[in-house]
Unconditional design. Structure first.
Length: 360
């Protein structure tokens, strides 16, 4: 039976009737008006891993368990879920206005778990402000934008995680280094040096093991790619999915299908297999001629992870800055002020000219 997902249903404060919002760094909802707090009950059953082949073969690659109300950004293509009290909102990635009249309902696989925000917008704003202050040649408008809390949005980003048992049979070669003394002539006479060489011998065998939580970004686009410096979350702090954790934040729907996510995860599994094989071969260096890699007992989850995003438009180009909502790490491609660099170069040239004149 099709169900409608709704994090939009407002949870009213038992004390004053105002809307309760998730309190980052806790497992509680909090009223911003009177301070009342309410505990979020944990649903451990939500952690259940889903059988991958069942969804890919039986249910279908575009399977969904519920529907979600989305605002689609016509500029960058991001699909964002927002709460009812938003009459309009700017896209967290590009700032393009999102109007509720454009709302659509789409099917999705309900998240099985999420990593809750561990900091609020004020803390994220301070991290962003301090980072911008540390940037050389940053435009003055960027520093002003860092002071604008409205430009910083908390976003739950969708990821696929894949688990599997891996078996791999391989054929390759083990290389062991050895050194030979080589004689050569120079103007100073005959000298010697040590030359490293490699002794190769055939190697074959098999490796196996369990692969846990291969993370695949389910909304990855070149226009808003989360930097690797930020894209690391401690999944041991995941909790079972509960829409109450989404209150006060924007949630993005995945744009990479389960099938495509699985394809990408196999490439990661292949890299893991090759690392295991190299370790099994041993020696100083290795060659892998052939590897037959098989995955079994494959399962997956759809999870949400926390990120703060600030969008800044400068000289006709959009810049995004990202803060990990769990660890506080920050990264982004920053703009440079042409005039600040120009005047610095001009100043240096003048100083060099003055020094040259007085040195004569």
């Amino acid at each position: 039976m099709e169900k409608t997902f709704s994090s939009e249903a407002k949870k009213a404060c038992a004390n004053c009737g105002a809307e309760l919002k998730f309190k980052p760094g806790s497992h509680q909802l909090k009223c911003d008006y009177c301070g009342y707090e309410e505990f979020i009950e944990q649903e451990k059953s939500s952690f259940e891993e889903l059988e991958l082949q069942h969804y890919l073969k039986v249910v279908g690659a575009n399977a969904y368990t519920e529907t979600i109300a989305l605002l689609h950004c016509k500029n960058c293509g991001a699909n964002q879920h927002v709460e009812e009290h938003y009459k309009s909102l700017g896209c967290v990635y590009c700032g393009e206005p999102l109007i509720r009249e454009d709302i659509q309902k789409e099917g999705w696989i309900l998240p099985g778990a999420l990593v809750p925000f561990q900091m609020d917008a004020n803390k994220a704003k301070q991290i962003f402000t301090n980072w911008v202050k540390s940037l050389w040649f940053a435009p003055d408008n960027l520093k002003k934008a860092a002071l604008d809390a409205e430009g910083l949005h908390g976003l739950y980003v969708p990821y696929w995680t894949f688990d599997a048992h891996l078996d791999a049979k391989y054929q390759g070669q083990r290389g062991d280094y050895y050194y030979e003394t080589q004689t050569y002539r120079t103007k100073k006479g005959t000298q010697t040096r040590q030359v490293r060489k490699t002794r190769w011998r055939s190697a074959s065998g098999s490796v196996d093991g369990f692969i846990d939580d291969i993370l695949i970004n389910a909304s990855e686009k070149k226009s808003h790619h989360i930097p690797s410096k930020v894209a690391f979350w401690n999944l041991k702090e995941m909790v079972g999915f509960n829409s109450k954790y989404l209150s006060g934040f924007v949630t993005e729907k995945y744009t990479i299908s389960l099938k495509e996510g699985h394809h990408q995860s196999f490439q990661e599994a292949k890299n893991i297999a090759y690392a295991w094989i190299r370790q099994d071969i041993g020696g100083d260096t290795q060659r892998i001629d052939h590897a037959d890699i098989k995955l079994s007992n494959e399962t997956f989850k759809h999870i949400l992870v926390p990120v703060f995003i600030s969008s800044y438009f400068f000289n006709g180009k959009n810049y995004n800055f990202y803060i990990n909502g769990q660890t506080g790490s920050i990264s982004g491609v920053r703009p440079y002020s042409f005039w600040k660099i120009f005047f610095l170069v001009l100043f240096i040239v003048l100083i060099i000219t003055v020094i040259a004149i007085f040195a004569k």
